[in-house]
Design a protein around this ligand. Structure first.
Ligand code: PEP
Length: 230
């Protein structure tokens, strides 16, 4: 199985997200049983988006982009894994933007992953070289079953820059991640993935799919990525 995961970040309100679905529906990308398409949305879009996906019978699975590291309780404004469990199957944790802008630590990321797994949601754990070892060690320290997670190598220099790493450079690190987790889970790459370059990454031995930021926002570009892999 190969995976295409979109990450909308803080873009698109509910109305705009429903227009996006109309766009994808009209483009009729080639959804293949060998390619799983997952879209990680803002919290505010998820319920309405799911509704429309099922009305149109579109094979897109939804995810979130963050979750509280705290359990349910007195934490005003926090969205817990329990709240998300009725809405999504996947959730990104530890994106470099959250580490940079919100002070997320490897320990918090591990707490998030634990809480997601307790609620039957697959954590999509983002990694970059400066904290790759530390993050994986923290998951093991919290007794997290890494075989139930997804991992994404997201080199900072490639995110949103239009300058992806080469497949050989990526493979070096995805092999390293594979070694640390005993090759027990999918390992993806994220950073300036487009319809033109996606195949060069996914054809490599240790890359099971891609995480796409910028090009997931435009139906034409995202459909192009799905078509390139199908
Ligand atoms: C990301 O931020 O997760 C990402 C992969 O972004 P982009 O595709 O824009 O590089």
């Amino acid at each position: 199985m190969k995976y295409v995961i979109g990450n909308w970040k803080s873009n698109q309100n509910l109305t705009e997200s429903l227009v996006w679905i109309d766009g994808i529906h009209a483009l009729k990308p080639k959804f293949s049983p060998d390619v799983s398409v997952i879209l990680c949305l803002p919290f505010t879009d998820i319920a309405g988006f799911n509704h429309k996906l099922s009305d149109l019978n579109l094979p897109i699975i939804t995810g979130a982009q963050n979750v509280s590291h705290l359990p349910p309780g007195k934490h005003t404004g926090e969205i817990t894994a329990n709240m998300l469990s009725e809405l999504i199957n996947y959730c990104i944790v530890g994106h470099s933007e959250r580490r940079r802008d919100f002070g997320e630590t490897s320990e918090m990321v591990a707490e998030k992953a634990k809480s997601l797994l307790e609620n039957a949601i697959t954590p999509i754990v983002c990694l970059d070289l400066p904290y790759l070892d530390e993050q994986i060690k923290e998951l093991f320290q919290k007794n997290i079953d890494v075989s139930r997670c997804f991992f994404v190598y997201e080199p900072l220099a490639a995110i949103g820059t239009g300058r992806p790493l080469t497949p050989t450079e990526i493979n070096h690190t995805t092999n390293q991640i594979g070694f640390l987790i005993d090759n027990s889970a999918p390992i993806l790459y994220g950073g300036s993935v487009t319809a033109d370059n996606v195949k060069s990454f996914v054809d490599q031995g240790r890359i099971d799919g891609v995480l796409v930021g910028t090009d997931s926002l435009e139906p034409t570009l995202f459909a192009g990525i799905i078509n390139s892999l199908s």
